[in-house]
Design a protein around this ligand. Structure first.
Ligand code: NAD
Length: 432
């Protein structure tokens, strides 16, 4: 099939490269001309394991190309995916202006056999809203609009796409459903279940899934607080509950509060949709508050552990390991709070590009040991493997102070303490 993807970010680029790998002919379009120019040279603007290799292989195979001219690209497309950003708006809802602008821009140029598919995460009813816009722009209703929410995780995007737990397609007409089934046929043949439903349900599935996953994270963080208060160990508790097949082991790692481009924005949008439609979501409202509060209270924990004007090493600024994405990362709340408290902040991240643009007033280091040198307090904020394998004796020799705050529970407390350091993690007993 000839497919166009609008938006060459984490989702659009992964979708484009993976659909090309499945045998379709793909054109990925972006309004960012510099991004398109780089992609044409097989230079990938984001850090996502395996993506550069896949993009390059598909370009060589002649199945993947890039364009800044979407109007032209869509003229011969069988299907056009919208994978542009849907950021939060001021009131916690989502800003649909990028999606609407992208749809309006290409609407007059679509062939009448084409279908338009919304892959961006959008609130319930958006596909139908886009359909109304496209109909109005074209002066007829020949283009159907479907929904195909994306569940990939940054850091494992290709594997998540190619080996998804399920593919959700939303269609309000048989043509859209048939096109989407055809596109995903190679994956369905490998045994991946395909859930076919109406567009409004597909849109709700995406938000409800993310809200429930975020609730698991928020819940285990609250359990971690209780473990600290009563002398328990959240790792043991999470293991014990996660083995219950009704619960499952995923998303039960205590940490500094969820961040990234999806959970914070999607939970806010879910809550906002509920308020707007008179169906409040009190669990999610409380989750959002608790998550924000957690980041601030962990910042205070660092401040309390550091001498006035002291030096803090932050290991990890990305919102999680294996990504350079720093959107709504805990570091963006914690680092400014440390600076406001007059602390001297030194940081390391294996992929610091985006963080360097957003975090002013701190010193960056090429290695973790460089960042912790002469630090009074070392804080592990992202669970990169590089930090898991930190040698406690080297850490102890480099630091000026003795305090290690492991907000990802990646180090073995006993080993850290035997190097003469004071080890504090989340929801586990301190070892000093
Ligand atoms: P992103 O910011 O990485 O990429 C969006 C891209 O769209 C940018 O390159 C931007 O220049 C481009 N763009 C904006 N307007 C355009 C237009 N009119 N035409 C062509 N390109 C345009 O965003 P992302 O992280 O890939 O997210 C895209 C959508 O997918 C969002 O709705 C997001 O919520 C959803 N989503 C993201 C993830 C994730 O892990 N990042 C996972 C699932 C779903």
């Amino acid at each position: 099939m000839k497919i166009v993807v609008l938006g060459a970010g984490y989702v659009g680029l992964t979708t484009g490269a993976c659909l090309a790998e499945l045998g379709h002919h793909l054109t990925c379009c972006d309004i960012d001309h510099a991004r398109v120019a780089a992609l044409r040279q097989a230079e990938i603007p984001i850090y996502e394991p395996g993506l550069a290799e896949l993009v390059s292989a598909q370009m060589t195979a002649g199945r993947l190309e890039f364009s800044a001219n979407a109007e032209d690209a869509v003229r011969s497309a069988d299907a056009v995916f919208l994978a542009v950003g849907t950021p939060s708006d001021q009131g916690g809802g989502i800003d649909l202006s990028f999606v609407m602008a992208a749809a309006a821009g290409i609407a007059p140029h679509l062939r009448k056999q084409a279908v338009l598919i919304v892959k961006s995460t959008v609130v319930a009813g958006t596909a139908q809203q886009i359909k109304a816009l496209v109909d109005k722009t074209r002066g007829n209703s020949d283009i159907p609009v479907g929904s195909n929410p994306e569940f990939l995780r940054e850091g494992s995007a290709i594997g998540d796409f190619m080996h998804a737990d399920r593919i959700v397609i939303g269609a309000d007409d048989p043509r859209t459903e048939a096109v989407l089934r055809e596109i995903y046929k190679p994956l369905v043949r490998t045994g991946i279940p395909l859930v076919s439903t109406r567009t409004v349900n597909a849109e709700l599935i995406k938000y409800a899934a993310n809200a429930l996953l975020a609730l698991k994270i928020g819940f285990i963080n609250d359990v971690a607080d209780l473990c600290e208060a009563v002398g328990g160990d959240v790792t043991a508790v999470a293991d014990g509950i996660g083995r219950d097949s009704r619960i499952g082991p995923g998303f039960l790692a205590a940490g500094p509060g969820f961040g990234g481009s999806c959970f914070p924005k999607d939970t806010r949008a879910f809550a906002s949709t509920g308020r707007q439609h008179g169906a409040p979501q009190p669990l999610i409202e409380a989750l959002i508050d608790g998550n924000d509060r957690r980041k601030r209270s962990l910042a205070q924990r660092i401040i309390d552990a550091t001498p006035d004007g002291g030096r803090v090493a932050i290991l990890g600024t990305s919102f999680k390991a294996n990504t350079d994405d720093v959107r709504e990362a805990a570091s963006l709340t914690i680092v400014p709070a440390l600076l406001a408290a007059g602390l001297d902040v030194h940081a390391h991240d294996p992929q610091p590009g985006a963080a360097k643009r957003l975090l002013d007033g701190i010193s960056w280091h090429e290695t973790p040991i460089g960042a912790v040198r002469s630090a009074d307090v070392t804080v592990i904020l992202t669970e990169w493997d590089e930090y898991r394998s930190l040698e406690p004796n080297r850490l102890a020799a480099a630091m000026r102070g003795r305090t290690v705050l492991d907000f990802r529970n990646v180090l073995a407390g006993e080993k850290v303490a035997s190097a003469g350091l004071h080890y504090h993690s989340l929801g586990r007993p301190s070892v000093v």
